[in-house]
Design a protein around this ligand. Sequence first.
Ligand SMILES: [Ca+2]
Ligand SMILES: [Ca+2]
Length: 239
Amino acid sequence: MGVLLIAIGVATSGVVAASGITVTELTNEDVQSGQSATHTLSFEADGVSADGTADAVYVEFPNAYADNLSFSTVSFVNRSSGATIPVSSSTNIVDGPDGDGVRETLRTKVSHDADYATDDISATYEFGLSHPAVMETTQYDVSIEIVDSETGNASTTVQDAITVRPTGVETTTDGDDGMGSETETDGMGSETDTNGMDGDDGETAGDTSESGSGSGPGFGAVAAILAFISSVALLVRRS
Ligand SMILES: [Ca+2]
Ligand SMILES: [Ca+2]
């Protein structure tokens, strides 16, 4: 228990400096399969160095969004003063921190040369996504990472940030199956009626049952039953 608490403490203190990345808004986070949508993503981060040397800010999407990602605008401000944090290298779509060779990440560099050490910032991105075609509801993470020139790295991942829902019609085939099982039930019904006659009438009924099922359900079975009844009537008259 003590060891576990220490481990958590170390993990938390590892993101001092540039830290506290918190997503405050993601619009259109629930979309249909294959839909294209524009999104606004806002987040806050603390302790970004204002030393006049560039810091890189990454917004990383799952690989499914590579080639389905278009950047529009971004702004960074100091949350207290409202001062603009200047963009020193405009946003590009790059491989990003995961280094997997897939270009699924927005990279922007900021550089604020201020007379104080760090900014606590608010960032707002606008971008477009063409969402994947999915067969079942699928959720995607979005990650943010800041590589600071002086105060170290910080990152966060929003699990299941985007939900993509399938659009297909699913139940037509089930309706057809229902009709099929009704036909089967009719067949069973005819047999049950014939068996009922069997139980009442003994030996002769056995033959009738076979001929009934042989000629199939419906009119044939009715005809067989009528023939059976008339033959019983004849037997009754003869006896
Ligand atoms: Ca810096
Ligand atoms: Ca990548």
